[in-house]
Write a new protein. Structure first.
Length: 343
């Protein structure tokens, strides 16, 4: 299968023309970016970083990177139509944040048929689908690691005292979950609690429910739980920061001044502000900038005719894995803009 694009010859030609004193108009790489939902705070942050890094990449490589970003609005059929349009319009690379991770095979087969590499990010397709074509890649972070780190934040707080409000020696919690069956939901939920139980902390789940990563839905769930359990809720686990912020919203709206320990995942700017304010106990950085940089690195390697496995640290020639970092008040300043540090 020959890729639709190969700019390696362009760079060789450009070097020759430059040596002769000729002017060369930069080539254009057309990149179609399909997001599962653009109003997701974290995904929006990834997209913003991608746009910024593309501008920097243009200056470095003397090319034009034309990003076209579309919103799937949480509909796989809508996203499939958007991908079809990118392919029909001869885009050079696809970057896809899947609505339904199990539906990637259709997109991969269509991209392969016309020789367009596809880079999935943040929402990991199943392994069997990624193996369908050697030019299908994934950029993201292992979801279970976020669970371990989130559980570790709660474990540290438990060991320091103050979490066990009723003094019964049991950690009572509620769990705000992302989409049902999503791998991040399942693994973050499982490993956050496993971290505590493996350390010997007795736990009691008071309630759990999906809030589909949404702040508004999480606020509704938390209102219900506060009405039912009140101060018995000692910890709120949220699979992402938007839902953690929704839980905070509910607590404040109900006039609470002594909030339960609330933890999220992503380290979005609004979450970092809540952490600085003391309403959020901790989060786990999901490295939006790292994902954007990884995507651009893959694109650059491909358009320069390189084997990405030779220039990037890929696992099995397919996966570009990044790393989560726990964020608490103790290390918050390292993640805040300089003008917002708490020290």
């Amino acid at each position: 299968m020959k890729l639709r694009f190969s700019l390696f010859s362009f760079f060789v030609l450009l070097a020759g023309l430059t040596a002769c004193g000729a002017q060369q108009t930069p080539s254009t790489i057309r990149v179609g970016v399909a997001l599962y939902q653009q109003n997701d705070t974290f995904i929006s942050t990834v997209a913003q970083n991608l746009q910024q890094f593309a501008l920097e990449e243009e200056e470095t490589h003397n090319i034009k990177i034309n990003l076209s970003i579309v919103d799937g609005r949480s509909s796989q059929s809508v996203q499939n139509e958007q991908v079809d349009r990118f392919l029909d319009q001869d885009y050079d690379v696809l970057c896809v944040n899947m609505v339904d991770r199990t539906a990637a095979a259709v997109i991969i087969d269509k991209a392969q048929a016309v020789g367009v590499p596809v880079i999935f990010f943040n929402r990991e397709p199943v392994l069997e689908d990624l193996r369908r074509w050697k030019y299908a890649y994934y950029v993201g972070l292992p979801a279970e690691d976020a669970g371990y780190l989130q559980g570790g934040i709660v474990l540290d707080a438990w060991e320091q005292g103050g979490v066990d409000r009723n003094g019964d020696g049991i950690l009572q919690y509620v769990m705000l979950e992302g989409e049902a069956s999503h791998q991040d939901t399942l693994l973050r939920t499982e490993y956050s609690i496993r971290t505590l139980t493996d350390a010997g902390v007795p736990t009691e789940k008071l309630a759990n429910d999906t809030a589909d990563w949404q702040r508004g839905q999480a606020s509704i769930r938390m209102h219900q739980w506060l009405s039912e359990f009140g101060s018995a809720i000692e910890v709120v686990f949220a699979n992402n920061d938007d839902m953690a912020l929704g839980a905070i919203d509910a607590c404040l709206e109900m006039g609470m001044t002594d909030l339960p320990l609330i933890v999220g995942v992503d380290a979005t700017p609004p979450a970092l502000e809540a952490l600085a304010a003391g309403t959020l106990a901790g989060t786990v950085q999901n490295d939006a900038a790292g994902q954007a940089a990884g995507i651009l690195s893959l694109i650059t390697a491909l358009v320069e005719g390189q084997n990405p496995s030779e220039t990037l640290d890929l696992t099995d020639g397919t996966y570009l894995w990044l790393h989560y970092t726990a964020v608490t008040r103790e290390n918050l300043d390292a993640f805040l803009p300089a003008d917002l540090t708490t020290s």
